[in-house]
Design a protein around this ligand. Structure first.
Ligand code: HEC
Length: 158
């Protein structure tokens, strides 16, 4: 066999093998591409959802710092002018043994949940008339209230 002929043969057989390989791989390729597309379609919204919760808790901390931290911490046992708010969700109102509540809050017969907190932050006197959380005047922004509740939930590990 002459050299050019041999080369042609070699080339074509290589090509043939390449074709073979590609044919074999397309079997894998299609579901892979489909999977990739699915991930690409799903992941942005998944990321956004995670991101939003993160932003809520982070910006919640900021709003909390502005509106509540003068008088409250979220550290267990750390009472300041106001009682500490660690694990406030699920805690009975006015129930810390080492804090001197007003008789109004001490006598309040409910457990703090998110809805109660929301109402209290909006207007403390509407939920617990006669409480001594003064001169706090309420937070008008629904968004800010939701952010604070979200922060209180996350800072309590709930
Ligand atoms: C000016 C100080 C001050 C500010 C600002 C303040 N609080 Fe208070 N908070 C108090 C005091 C004082 C009490 C106790 C009231 C009582 O005994 O009647 C209290 C009580 C509470 C309670 C009841 C806790 C329990 O053990 O039942 C919650 C919940 C609460 N505050 C949440 C908040 C949140 C959230 C903010 C911010 C949006 C805030 N407070 C801002 C002073 C403050």
């Amino acid at each position: 066999m002459k050299l050019p002929q041999f080369l042609t043969l070699l080339a074509s057989s290589k090509l043939g093998r390449l074709e073979d390989a590609r044919a074999k791989h397309t079997g894998w390729l299609r579901p892979l591409v489909a999977l990739g597309t699915t991930c690409a379609l799903l992941s942005p919204s998944y990321g956004q959802e995670q991101g939003r919760q993160h932003v809520d808790a982070a910006s919640g901390q900021q709003v909390f710092n502005n509106a509540c931290r003068t008088c409250h911490t979220t550290k267990e046992g750390d009472n300041r002018f106001g009682p500490h708010l660690y694990k406030i969700i699920g805690r009975k109102a006015g129930s810390l043994p080492d804090y001197r509540y007003s008789s109004a809050l001490k006598g309040a017969d409910f457990v703090w949940d998110e809805a109660k907190l929301e109402r209290f932050i909006a207007n403390p006197d509407e939920l617990v008339p006669g409480n001594s959380m003064k001169p706090y005047a309420g937070l008008a922004s629904t968004d800010d209230r939701a952010r604070i509740v979200s922060f209180l939930r996350s800072s309590s590990g709930r």
